[in-house]
Design a protein around this ligand. Sequence first.
Ligand SMILES: *Cc1c(COP(=O)(O)O)cnc(C)c1O
Length: 237
Amino acid sequence: MTNATLESIALNIATVRARMVAAAAQAGRDPAGIRLLAVSKAQPVAAIEAACEAGQMEYGENYLQEALPKLDALRRRQELAWHFIGSLQGNKTRTVAERFAWVHTVDRERIARRLHEHRPPALPPLNVCIEVRLSDEPNKSGIPPEEAAALAQRISAMPRLRLRGLMTIPPPAKDADAQRLPFRRLGKLFDSLNAQGYTLDTLSMGMSGDFAAAIAEGATLVRVGTAIFGRRAQEHS
Ligand SMILES: *Cc1c(COP(=O)(O)O)cnc(C)c1O
């Protein structure tokens, strides 16, 4: 990465944070209740270092093989919190449970149980979100909304996991009003689970192109990559 690119990262973070504050103000919400997760997939360690220097502490990674060397390189920065936001296969759950503080993409009991079994006892419980699929797109990850309560109940019985909330990745929408609809549905599901006695505090929704719409509908954590780090050259799996 060139120095110019690295310098722009601090500016981009400031811009994203200002846009988050503006979206919160427009929704009559306290901006302190909305966290920024910097999605660092396909970005080098130098880019993450630049974001750290700008005060960014939470990072999201999608691909375990790509993430591990970066976590190793940044190990001395113990204040960083790593969130796994990629699709999760059973054979990866041990390492994810050992190395990450959060997993946003739990969409079946088998994955939750493996994370629970592999979470080292010396660490605090792993923070998890249930990924909900709000569209009928085939091959998309996430659990249908009507199955979320049953999965929440199962996860609540796993003491090595701490159920924090819900996450979704909606399909692209044509305008800001259309962007808000799936976020509103996820917000309603979140409220109904809390009305059933859960104490969820995390609505993980909104990315570079739609985080203002997500904040308008109650997001407490937005996952932003491109608007911070620029366009990704490539993604591996
Ligand atoms: C890549 C990714 C993001 C960030 O997307 P941008 O459009 O680059 O902000 C957020 N969430 C998930 C799950 C992702 O895979």
